[in-house]
Design a protein around this ligand. Structure first.
Ligand SMILES: [Zn+2]
Length: 547
């Protein structure tokens, strides 16, 4: 951590608590909408990785998914260390907690711990709640007290705390005291609008830690791009709980990213229960289940976090990793990647060849041929760094004796519009191990029809070995000045139960490029699958597909 005037970090000697709100705040991200079953899968995965608190949602009649989740969560094995928590707000003004539906719903959720939020900022008390400062303090105290009297452990989230503190320190602090008086086990300072700066967070948190007698938490939003820094500075001022989401999901630009925060704390030697080596798989799992595209450039855990483009840097890293890496990728479960591109040196290409299990020397003429082939593909607009499977296939096709699992003989596709409905049909002939297999398929467009036809053939021929699913499809124009005659590069993402991969192909015919990228993707999946089977057989394991 940096050193500056007035900054003297006071880290807790206790492990820092991990409070995850991916299922509540993270579910507010545009494009994310977890089902109750997905929430259960997330909760289980997070518990296995060491998260202390999993905030499952806001149980009330307008949130049936959250009500369902809390019902499902009751059946979860209770032996784990984590707390599944229900989230809600303080009682309404001038109402008893026992008569407040939201408070009742929190109890009905059946979690041992509940988190409630209340107002710390007079502006919010007057303009939003439209009540008096004193009634607001009573709302906080009464609600916490009532829930504690019913056996709940209560975490109090002080909404807009930093804005409230800047406007009126004494009042903001008095709301925390009200929660403490009511019996809250934690008070959490929220930078709800995400507008604070690390130095402010540090000073205010430090003051709060010296004023209250319960552990203090931080809940930062990322509107200034400061949520990771703000969480770390709060911890350095004595906060012992960090609230946030995996991958920084959340409304607007998101919450503090627990992956980044806890990776940094780990590197600083500050303990938590979150298992550092699981951070990469945790991040990828969260992207996959939330339906969001993986950020390959994400610090610590991204696919390219330890990728070195060939040439000088790639060569140097192969000699000494520390040359361009400040930490070992395996610390967080990630791996190093030396990408092979036209800029690549021989050493990077050789490393890719060795990774596939082939032994070639640096001076082998084949290496020069392969480098030339890579260069010509890139000249046609295929960025192989973004499509490692295509690059590996190029090497496999040249070095391996094993032929491709299938080959397209010919195809025909027609697109039409009948009675206002557009669709496409295709005829396809495929050579599978010397046998010709035909397919006719229909789709909503030509690429969809070809994909369906090809899948029909492969599912029939390879049965349970054919596991590849399509997870993404993008087209990038290469020479847009040629207008509709432009060459395009098509990128397709695939996944099966254990891996994900991307292929690329380029053509001036978008259907041809799409089919070539599809063929490569399915061929790669089948090759990898048969490699896994061979390895399992070698170890005497069941040769069945992985569930
Ligand atoms: Zn929030």
């Amino acid at each position: 951590m940096p050193n500056f005037e007035g900054f003297s970090p006071r880290f807790s000697s206790q492990p820092i608590e991990v409070y995850d709100t991916t299922l509540r705040d993270g579910n507010q991200s545009v494009g994310v909408n977890f089902t109750s079953n997905q929430k259960l899968r997330v909760a289980k995965a997070f518990i296995d990785s060491g998260v202390d608190y999993i905030e499952g949602g806001w149980p009330n009649q307008t949130n049936p998914t959250d009500l369902e989740f809390f019902e499902l969560a009751k059946s979860m094995d209770g032996s784990h260390h984590a707390h599944v928590t229900a989230f809600g707000m303080t009682r309404a003004a001038n109402r008893k907690p026992s008569e407040d539906k939201n408070i009742q719903a929190l109890l009905e959720a059946g979690t041992k711990t509940v988190t409630i939020f209340g107002k710390s900022w007079l502006f919010q008390v007057e303009k939003i709640l439209r009540t008096t400062p004193t009634e607001n303090q009573s709302m906080i105290r009464d609600s916490v007290e009532f829930l504690v009297s019913r056996g709940s452990q209560v975490i109090y989230d002080a909404e807009h705390f930093f804005d409230g503190f800047k406007a009126n320190q004494d009042y903001a602090l008095s709301t925390l005291k009200a929660a403490e008086d009511g019996g809250a086990c934690r008070v959490v300072l929220c930078d709800t609008r995400g507008g604070s700066f690390p130095s402010e967070i540090y000073e205010v948190t430090r003051r709060v830690v010296s004023e209250v007698n319960v552990p203090v938490g931080i809940h930062a939003h990322n509107d200034r791009g400061m949520a990771t820094a703000n969480s770390l500075f709060a911890v350095s001022a004595g906060a012992t709980q960090v609230q946030g989401t995996m991958n920084g999901l959340g409304e607007r630009v998101g919450n503090a990213d627990l992956i980044e925060v806890f990776a940094n704390l780990h590197l600083m030697g500050i303990e938590s229960k979150l298992q550092a080596s699981k951070l990469t798989s945790l991040s990828r799992f969260t992207y996959e289940i939330s339906g969001l595209r993986e950020d390959a450039f994400k610090p610590f855990v991204g696919k390219y976090a330890f990728a070195h483009k060939g040439g000088v840097h790639g060569d140097a890293v192969l000699k000494a990793e520390a040359a361009y890496e400040f930490l070992d990728p395996s610390t967080f479960g990630n791996v190093r990647a030396i990408t092979v591109s036209s800029q690549a040196g021989r050493a990077s290409l050789l490393s890719a060849v060795h990774k596939l299990g082939f032994r070639l020397s640096k001076d082998e003429p084949k290496i020069s041929t392969l480098l030339r082939e890579l260069k010509s593909l890139e000249a046609l607009g295929c960025n192989l760094e973004m499509a490692e499977a295509s690059m590996q296939l190029l090497l496999l096709r040249s070095l391996s004796k094993e032929p491709d699992p299938f080959r397209i003989i010919d195809w025909e596709v027609t697109a039409q519009n009948t009675a206002g409905k557009a669709y496409a049909q295709c005829k396809l002939r495929v050579n599978v191990n010397g046998r010709t297999v035909q397919a006719n398929a229909r789709g909503n467009g030509p690429v969809n029809a070809l994909d369906r036809g090809l899948r029909d053939v492969l599912e029939m021929s390879y049965k349970q070995d054919f596991l590849a699913k399509l997870t993404g499809y993008r087209v990038r124009e290469i020479d847009s000045e040629s207008a509709t005659a432009a060459r395009v590069a098509v990128y397709i993402d695939f996944a099966d139960s254990t891996r994900s991969w991307t292929t690329v192909a380029s053509s001036t015919n978008i259907i041809e490029a799409s089919l070539a990228a599809l063929v490569d993707g399915y061929a790669y999946g089948l090759r990898m699958q048969s490699k896994t089977r061979r390895r399992q057989k070698g170890r005497g394991l069941s040769s069945g597909p992985k569930q």
